[in-house]
Design a protein around this ligand. Sequence first.
Ligand SMILES: C[S@@+](CC[C@H](N)C(=O)[O-])C[C@H]1O[C@@H](n2cnc3c(N)ncnc32)[C@H](O)[C@@H]1O
Length: 260
Amino acid sequence: MTKQLEANEFVVLTDSKGREFMVRLQPGGRFHTHHGYVDHDALIGTYEGSTARSSRGHTLLVFRPTLSQIIMNMPRRAQVIYPKDIGTILVWADVFAGATVVEIGTGYGALAMALIRAVGENGRLISYEVREDFFQAAQETVKRYLGPCPQWTIRLQDALDGIHEQGVDRVLIDVPEPWQFLTVIQEALRPGGIVLCFTANALQVKSLHDGFESNGRFVLPQTIETLLRPWHVKGLSVRPAHRMTAHTGFITTARRAFDG
Ligand SMILES: C[S@@+](CC[C@H](N)C(=O)[O-])C[C@H]1O[C@@H](n2cnc3c(N)ncnc32)[C@H](O)[C@@H]1O
């Protein structure tokens, strides 16, 4: 559905060099670049895909942000999972509409936003975050970019003290020592459910696999990583970009076995 851009909405302005600027539209507001300024009032009431002209005559494309653009442009003081990994996580954890998902370690809420959208209005996401500042920040992030999300609950709690939920379809863990949580989540995750852990280095992967083995209730452990290589396509120059993000983290999954 084509909908006019409204006050308080976020837009991404892209200049002729592909640089992106995420802006919240405010009546009377003004966006400044070194190519001049654009009045927000000139954008409010227009449509996505329009062009705006700066005071110095430069053209900017105007779109509502994708989730990936929100994550890469949002203010944050903690590490977030990058969109390239979030895409893989959603499929490898097999997060589906209507699922009940537990997240351990919410940080600024980048992965939480993707999970909220993936489980949809009939699903549930329950996030556990131990730090009060991140607990607050994640709530502000989700409200700011997604608005009210009744399918989401965030608990200010150390997940090692226990998971309240039972019969959970998926558990996603982004903390430094995920193997410590296997005893806690074995009660919450239903047989056939999937646990997915995001870890930064190979020694953590080893400890996690050892943890699955000694716990005995998790089977089919698997570790992958996502390498995303952008391409430069301009005229006859069609080749991989010179730079890419070489390493972010490892994605490890396992299935909860049926006891006995
Ligand atoms: C790397 S951040 C998570 C980032 C998040 N996945 C994202 O995409 O924005 C890890 C978070 O785990 C939280 N954490 C660490 N141990 C925890 C525990 N035992 N229970 C709950 N949260 C924990 C930390 O406070 C931190 O906010």
